[in-house]
Write a protein that binds this ligand. Sequence first.
Ligand code: SOE
Length: 382
Amino acid sequence: MSTKKHLNIGLVGYGFMGRTHSNAYKRVNDFFDVPYRPVLKAVCGRDRDAAGKFAGNWGYESIETDWRRLVEREDIDAIDVCTPNNTHAEIAIAAAEAGKTVLCEKPLAMDLVQGQAMVDAVEKAGVANTVWYNYRRVPAVTLAKRLIDEGRLGKVFHYRAQFLQDWTISSDLPQGGAGLWRLDAAAAGSGVTGDLLAHCIDTALWLNGRIDDVSAMTETFIKERKHNLTGKVEKVGIDDACAFMCRFENGSLGLFESTRYARGHKALYTFEVNGEKASLRWDLHDLHRLEYFDHADDAQLRGWRSVHVTDGDQPYMKNWWVPGLQIGYEHTFVHQVADFLENLGEGEPTAPTFRDALATQAVCDAVLDSAENRKWETVVPV
Ligand code: SOE
C-alpha cells in the first residue's frame, strides 16, 4: 500500500496541454519517488460531452463545466490552468484565494499588469505555485544550467535563441476557437512573442540572468483571417514573427528570433551560449543531445562534442531507462511534476514560480512595446 499523501488535481481545459499535464500526473509515481500521489479528481470544460470523453480517456473521476464550481470544491487541492491565456488570471487568482495550489500554463498572463495581480494573489494566499515552462526540464537543458553554474563557460559574451514553426502560413487558416485561439489576440495576448519566445526567454533568464533592455521588430504577415467564433473575416492582432536583440545584466548580448512562417520548421527551438572558456548549444529536434566546445581541450583534438544526455549522472536520467536510451518531450512535464511534488513535501518553491514567470512576462511586454514604438525599451524590474 502506498503511504504517499494525495494531491487532488482539478484540471481546467483539456486541449493539448491538458493532455501533457494529465500524462505527467499519471506517470510521475511510476518513475519518481516523491512524497505525493496526484489524483485525477476532476476535469473542467464548458462542453460537457468533450469533458466527459476526456475524463473517460485519462481516468478523471468527475467533470465540471464551470471552473468556479471546481475551485469551490473541497475535495480539490490543486488547480491546473490549461486554458487560453486570457483566462489564466481570473482562474488562478480565484484558485489562490480559495487556498488551492496553482499550476498554470505559460505564458503566465496577457501582460505584466495581469501577471503582477497573479503573483500578488498566490503570494498573499501563501499557496504553492508554478508555471509550466517545460523546456527547462529537458535533461540536456538542465545539464546546460549545471555546466554554466559550475563556471565552465566563464564570462558569457553571447546568448542566441530561435523558435521556428511553419503552421500558420496558409491564409485560409482561421483564427479563434480550439487550438486556433493562439492566432486570436483577444485570447492569446500576443502571437509568437508570448507563445514561443516566452519559452526562449524563460530558459535565457534561467541560464544567463536578467535582461536589461530590448530592441525588437514584429510583423503580421497575414493581416485578416476568418474568425471561428464570429464567422466574419477579422483583423489579425497577433505578431506572426518577432526578432529582438537585448543586453543582459551580465554584459552579454542576446539575439532572439521566432516565427510561424519558417517553411520546413515545425518546432525548432535552439539556443547557443558563447563564453570565454566554452560554448554550448541545444536543439529541440535533437533534444537529448547537448553540444559542447571546451577551449581547454587538447588543441589537436579540440572541437564540438555531442553529449548524448542519457546517463544516470546526468539530470533526471537515473529515473528512466539505461544509459544510451533516450527520453522525449512528454518527460519534461513528468520532471516538472516530480520536482513540484518533491518541493511541496519540503515546503520549498518550484521554479519557475509565478514570480519567475513574471520576469519573462516583463521581457515579453518590453519586446512588444519596443516593436510598436520602434525604440529600445527597458525591461521593468520585477
Ligand atoms: C504552439 O504551436 C506550441 O504548441 C506552443 O503553444 C507550446 O508552448 C510550444 O511548446 C510548442 O508550440
